[in-house]
Design a binder for this molecule. Sequence first.
Ligand code: CO
Length: 287
Amino acid sequence: MVQPIRVLVAKPGLDGHDRGALVIAQGLRDQGMEVIYSGLRQTPEQIVQTAIEEDVACIGLSSLSGAHMEWFPEVARLLRERGADDVLLIGGGVIPPDDAERLKQLGIAEVFGPGTSIQQVADFIRQHVRAAGPACQLAPVATASVRVSGVDHVAVAVRDIAAAIEQYGRVLGARCLGVEEVPDQGVRVAFLSLGGTVVELVEPTAPDSPVARFLDRRGPGLHHIAYAVDDVDQALAVARAAGARVIDERPRPGARGKRIAFLHPGGLGGVLTELCQRSAGEGAGES
Ligand code: CO
């Protein structure tokens, strides 16, 4: 099955007109692409974060405010900083030719002026997005790698957590260790104990949460693997230096009082990967 190209159409900055961006978004959908629209007044940080979470192949920036020289290069810079500069970055709007040239030097692959057809934009994207196959860049030389002390848990995305707890109990004899809401992720999670292994069931509680989008796109199934590390701050820095694309810039609180950080599935066999620092006093195995 050929995956559609995923595009984020984004409006950085303060201008409040998004008719043009919406027309582009719809036009690219008509061309068979999967388009996410950022909404108005996004910061470059928000745009890059959404692009990484949504694993898009292209970002299309739109600006009518005249602030493109400020905002577009900042998005390009943040993509590089996050190791995501394989995302094709294009721009459009009312942009003078001199500015367009300068933007191209600053990492914007192409700048489309008024009067460009959707077809031209779509053709450009198809020709320039990263190939779906293995990247042919040289891998950065890693000076160190993350020290993993074991699998902390394996997570499964489900639509109905109560039904899943019942199934895992009935079929595999799993014991539920507790159910917890993680509001900042828009999820409810249950931790199940099976032998020495912990399985985390994840159910979305908000329709726009990353897990809800995962379920819409892929259906229920394996969601992520969490590896135990002693020091998640250090592990995240090491992973980044080793060329991993990080989803979390810095560790954040996870369920069960742990500190966690996610690494992007790209570059890790397509598996969303969590680094998980066990809480103080907790031994290996069941928690
Ligand atoms: Co997890």
